[in-house]
Design a binder for this molecule. Structure first.
Ligand code: C2O
Ligand code: CU
Length: 484
């Protein structure tokens, strides 16, 4: 796909980023109805069956023609009924990332439901929760999931402090599709673009042939690359909440707001034990953070990611006060040097010297993550590829501890469906305050992470996989299965 074409079309069908207060009628109804039509992107204005009926090619897709898809929103306790229509040209499904729905509504094609065939429909009905910043995306094995089928889903929590202004901020990058196939074969030549002093860069040895990275032709926030895309408009005196999602297929992102520090209140939509203030927020693939700042003066500031790729600097959006739309915006250096970065240790209020102590009765599982040799299609868990990977069998109420050791030279954003777990241990040391999450990065070259959760979700099969799309498709996936 041509980059210019992408920008033009996604600009034409931009989803609104501002979360205006829900009106009384929306708040009162017990059930909220949505229709999501997966179809070629850019046809938003005409998101109807006639236009979306085009047979799928390899172009960008969007829910209702939008990239990202429409912001779905309910207040905690409301049910949704989402009528899903597939007009992509291939089998698809919709997964509600970070939610705990009945297993049959989880949207894992081939596991919790048959894929929705092209032209078919499926109605997802459930009570979205737990409250917080969640998201939704395609979860079938075709290419559709890589072509733009994702969006944010906010479940409003009445216990949250009130914001004066609130925005969704979705980071995403447009892949060059042939590079996905090359990366799956371990033979891509796309470079890493992480900031120079990041752990991602340090994990690599000079001269390493990567082979596993996807190349991206456009870097966007809310579907547009800077300077396209409308600014986020704020006013002096406002306390502003940004709900940030990294919807990139493979890469970690570092986000900074020029001239401001960011107060972080939620990780993957779940409240932190106490908020922390940082300069830069680090988001692994699929992770979300809620960050706040105050507008104390007139101005125009760039909210932007940090990378070592000059092109990726277009992954930015302007935040400005009235009349400052055309002022030249304040930016910050695109390096991590000296910046306070949100890490799990910071979010967890520090690490203790000792590892997390599990209870003797716990169900324990340890996975060694490995693979990614040049020219190989293997990303393994205990040397096995999905579907032969070792499963975690649980009974209702079990206390479960899952540990990962990463022997490869790439980090892995491991994700568990249908649960919120506690991140209790990082590189062998316990977090003082465990972080409630659904996705965590396992650092490269021997890094370890431990999760703990109670098996209290609805019975069924819940996938556990690396959210790096290449690693997942190349085998790094297993499941937590309830006995009844
Ligand atoms: Cu975002 Cu299988 O998940
Ligand atoms: Cu991975």
């Amino acid at each position: 796909m041509r980059r210019r074409g992408f920008l033009r079309t996604s600009g034409a069908g931009l989803a609104a980023a501002a979360l205006v207060p829900l009106d009384a009628r929306a708040l009162e109804s017990d059930v909220v109805d949505y229709t999501l039509i997966a179809c070629p992107a850019g046809s938003a204005a005409q998101a109807n069956a006639a236009i979306c009926g085009l047979r799928g090619s390899s172009g960008p897709l969007g829910y209702n023609g939008l990239v990202p898809g429409p912001l779905l929103r309910v207040r905690a306790g409301q049910r949704v009924r989402v009528r899903y229509v597939n007009r992509t040209g291939e089998p698809t499904s919709v997964h509600w990332h970070g939610m705990i729905p009945p297993n049959a509504m989880d949207g894992a094609a081939g596991i919790t439901q048959p894929p929705v065939e092209n032209g078919g429909t499926f109605t997802y009905a459930f009570t979205p929760g737990p409250p917080g910043t969640r998201w939704y995306h395609d979860h079938a094995s075709g290419t559709a999931s890589m072509r733009g089928l994702f969006g944010m889903f906010v479940v409003e929590d009445p216990r949250d402090e009130a914001a004066d202004a609130e925005f969704s901020v979705v980071l995403h990058d447009v892949p060059r599709l042939p590079s996905i196939d090359a990366a799956m074969r371990g033979r891509s030549n796309a470079p890493m673009i992480d900031p120079l002093d990041s752990p991602e860069m340090h994990a690599m040895h000079p001269g390493d042939r990567m082979g596993d990275e996807v190349s991206y032709v456009a870097h966007a926030i809310n579907g547009a690359s800077y300077p396209q895309g409308p600014p986020l408009r704020v006013r002096i005196g406002q306390r502003v909440r940004l709900r940030v999602l990294n919807a990139n297929l493979t890469q970690t992102r570092y986000l900074r707001l020029a001239g401001h520090r960011l107060r972080v209140t939620h990780a993957d939509g779940n409240p932190l034990a106490s908020p922390v203030t940082v300069d830069v927020v680090r988001l692994g693939v699929a992770e979300r953070y809620d960050v706040w700042f105050e507008v104390t003066r007139p101005g125009a500031w760039l909210l932007h990611t940090l990378t070592s790729d000059p092109l990726a600097f277009e992954q930015a959006v302007l935040i400005c006060t009235p009349g400052m739309e055309h002022a030249s915006p304040q930016t910050d250096a695109a390096v991590l040097d000296g910046a306070a970065v949100l890490t799990y240790a910071v979010g967890g209020l520090g690490l203790t010297e000792t590892p997390f102590l599990e209870r003797p009765a716990a169900i324990r599982k340890h996975y060694e993550l490995d693979g990614g040799d040049y020219g190989s299609r293997r990303w393994t868990m205990n040397d096995q590829l999905w579907p032969r990977t070792e499963k975690i069998l649980v009974s209702r109420g079990d206390d479960v501890v899952v540990r990962f050791t990463n022997n490869s030279d790439m980090e892995h954003p491991m994700h568990l469906h249908g649960h919120v777990f506690q991140l209790v241990e990082y590189n062998g040391r316990a977090l003082r305050q465990p972080l409630a999450k659904d996705t965590t990065l396992v650092p490269a070259n021997g890094g370890t992470v431990a999760w703990r959760f109670q098996a209290t979700s609805p019975p069924g099969r819940w996938l556990l996989h690396c959210h790096n799309q290449i690693h997942m498709m190349d085998g790094m996936m297993t499941e937590v299965a309830y006995r009844h």
